[in-house]
Unconditional design. Structure first.
Length: 640
């Protein structure tokens, strides 16, 4: 009997460690584990830093997602701050043709839409503020109107005002991105507007409402005595804030569980409703002046707060130790060896670091895209996995295809793998895979840890390229670019070492000085390009005949020099004979209207402490000069 294939479901979201996303994720995980299905969560922190370059690096993780490998997908597109990124993901999902579930989104009628009734709960809470508390001047903090939930809440707010004969003043409405900092800006703009303080401030979510309260209280404005404030979502901090926040509670865990179960049921051939709506309920608390009917469970609060503080302290300590350890790493190998020592603290089953094939490269032609010479969008066809941590065992993989996403795919079901981007600003370095850990969605420091590791690897990359640049500069310093042998600098550096070696060991030193004959004649009659060609061929001959314990160099202009250790007068004669033979063969091969010719002088001597290297070079030069005087320059032109 063939075993039933394990279902593979992709999840797309941004901001995994925010309470809304975390609550939905926990519901999905519960459903997936119950069905022995695998979840692959492609998560980013895009939009958090308000840095466009960093966002490019974050959102790039979605390009890794190969929907051919998945049976279904769940999208939290309402958490992704970029419309362009959302549109690109939507296009991929529609092309894949696999079952897809979304939350409070009408992006495609073919998708399964798990809705929470935002309208009824928002209607009740605004009515409560107007009718029970008599508020007439009301400020509103909205989410982005590209977000369907934000639109529903905003439109409901406007309709309740109109129903009660109140006018919405555009100066009292602030549009944000559902981020906590939007609440701060909204409160500051309200205080700076010159308008009378409103009776109430209604916020489209708790995060913005809570920061607005803190900002108002910092300016001496009391909540609810001077102003009512309400939120939406009933997050942890809303329940235990002082005053506790009047808000709307939503069954997020249930919504996540239903989304995953719906996809799994569809994959089993069941028919499911395209839209499933769950109820949301207003909760009236101290921030509007009401006493909650639900008494706060302070023992539970104390226990959860203690656990959260303990974990945060542990995470901060881990981050500091990782930062300190990786600061010492000067190579990729050291980086991953040190990193492997901390992975256990993520409390995961597996952790993989996957790198682009050319992550460290800068010495190549720029891409057409903005003239960049490094990876920005997408991933290289082949990746490496320099670190695979599996239940405490460490291994690596030299190469795997990025289309497979996993270097080593899970062999069983019930796994939850988080794919997180590894980048430095917009530069794509690779990605992480953390399997079966709550760290990505429960830790406030997950983003900090990921950024820290990316910055550390970027430092390694820069160090590698700096060392490469130093080596290249050193090579350019000692190599003659035209003849591709050592130049004067390179010769002096090596010759000095050989000179000192001979002085210490008593070995002989042989110096051969070679001066090209007739270079001016070649330049004058055939041009300087031909003169350069002649120099290159002469350098090639000299390089070919050098013994193993010799080096040669272009000493300057048309002068060349060779130096060797532990050689005799007999070796000198062999060297010069080889030179003449090879030079004749070169002339035969190139068959130019001129002959390559050179004068040679060789000096062999033991090295004593009273000798100077340049004195020996001068003696070889003098021997060469005596030979040159015996020649007639005119014979360097061919007679035929």
């Amino acid at each position: 009997m063939t075993p039933t294939p394990i279902k593979q479901i992709a999840v797309v979201l941004a901001g995994p460690n925010e309470e809304y996303q975390g609550s939905l994720l926990r519901g999905m995980i519960a459903a997936a584990k119950a069905a022995n299905a695998n979840l692959a969560v492609f998560a980013t922190f895009g939009g958090v830093l308000k840095n466009s370059q960093d966002d490019i690096g974050e959102y790039n993780i979605y390009s890794l997602m190969n929907l051919k490998k998945f049976d279904g997908i769940i999208m939290l597109n309402n958490t992704i701050g970029s419309d362009a990124v959302c549109a690109e993901i939507l296009k991929k999902v529609q092309a894949a043709g696999i079952p897809a579930a979304v939350f409070d989104s009408n992006v495609d009628p073919a998708f399964y839409n798990i809705c929470i009734d935002n309208r009824s709960a928002m209607y009740e809470i605004v009515q409560h503020v107007v009718r029970e508390h008599g508020a007439k001047n009301i400020n509103y903090i909205s989410g982005p109107l590209t977000n369907p939930e934000a639109v529903t809440r905003y439109e409901t707010f406007l309709s309740v005002l109109a129903e009660n004969g109140l006018t919405a003043d555009a100066r009292r409405i602030f549009f944000g991105e559902f981020r906590p900092e939007d609440g701060i800006r909204a409160a500051e703009e309200m205080l700076a507007s010159g308008l009378p303080l409103p009776d109430a401030l209604i916020s489209a979510n708790d995060a913005m409402a809570l920061e607005a309260i803190e900002t108002l209280e910092a300016h001496g404005i009391r909540v609810p005595e001077d102003m009512i404030v309400t939120g939406f979502d009933d997050i942890y901090y809303a329940r235990y804030h002082a005053p506790a926040l009047t808000t709307v509670t939503r069954p997020l865990f249930e919504a996540g569980r239903i989304a995953c179960e719906t996809i799994l049921r569809v994959l089993e051939g069941e028919e499911c409703r395209k839209t499933i709506t769950l109820n949301a309920e207003p909760v009236y608390r101290g921030s509007c002046g009401c006493k909650s009917a639900q008494a706060a469970d302070y023992m539970s609060y104390q226990k959860s707060t203690y656990t959260m503080l303990k974990r945060n302290r542990s995470d901060v300590f881990m981050l500091n130790r990782i930062t300190s350890a990786l600061a010492e790493a000067e190579s990729k190998e050291e980086h991953f060896r040190m990193l492997s020592q901390f992975i256990r603290e993520l409390e995961c089953d597996r952790c993989c670091v996957c790198l682009c094939e050319d992550w460290q490269n800068t010495f190549r032609e720029p891409k057409a895209e903005k003239g960049k010479c490094y990876q920005i969008h997408g991933y290289t066809t082949k990746m490496s996995a320099p670190l695979i941590w599996d239940h405490g065992k460490v291994s690596d993989l030299d190469s795997f295809y990025s289309m497979n996403m996993y270097p080593v795919p899970p062999q069983d079901g019930g796994n939850v793998s988080y794919f997180l981007p590894l980048h430095f600003r917009e530069r794509c370095l690779g990605y992480y895979i953390i399997t079966n850990s709550d760290f990505p969605y429960r830790s406030l420091l997950c983003h900090s840890v990921m950024m820290n590791l990316g910055h550390s690897l970027e430092n390694i990359r820069k160090l590698l390229n700096l060392n490469n640049a130093i080596r290249e500069l050193d090579r350019l310093y000692v190599i003659d670019p035209m003849c591709n042998i050592y130049n004067r600098n390179g010769f002096i550096r090596l010759a000095d070492q050989m000179f000192r070696h001979c002085e210490q060991t008593g070995e002989t030193l042989m110096i051969t000085f070679i001066d090209m004959d007739g270079l001016k004649l070649i330049n004058d009659n055939f041009g300087h390009d031909e003169g350069d060609f002649a120099l290159q061929r002469l350098a090639a001959v000299i390089g070919d005949i050098c013994f193993r314990n010799m080096v040669c160099a272009r000493f300057g202009g048309d002068e060349f020099i060779a130096i060797g250790t532990d050689l005799t007068e007999a070796d000198a004669e062999i060297f010069e004979q080889n030179f003449r033979t090879h030079l004749a063969e070169m002339n035969r091969i190139i068959h130019k209207p001129y002959e390559l010719s050179a004068s040679v002088g060789t000096f062999v001597s033991k090295v004593t402490s009273d000798m100077k290297l340049f004195s020996l070079i001068s003696q070889a030069d003098q021997i060469m000069y005596e030979q040159k005087k015996k020649k007639r320059t005119s014979r360097y032109l061919r007679k035929d």
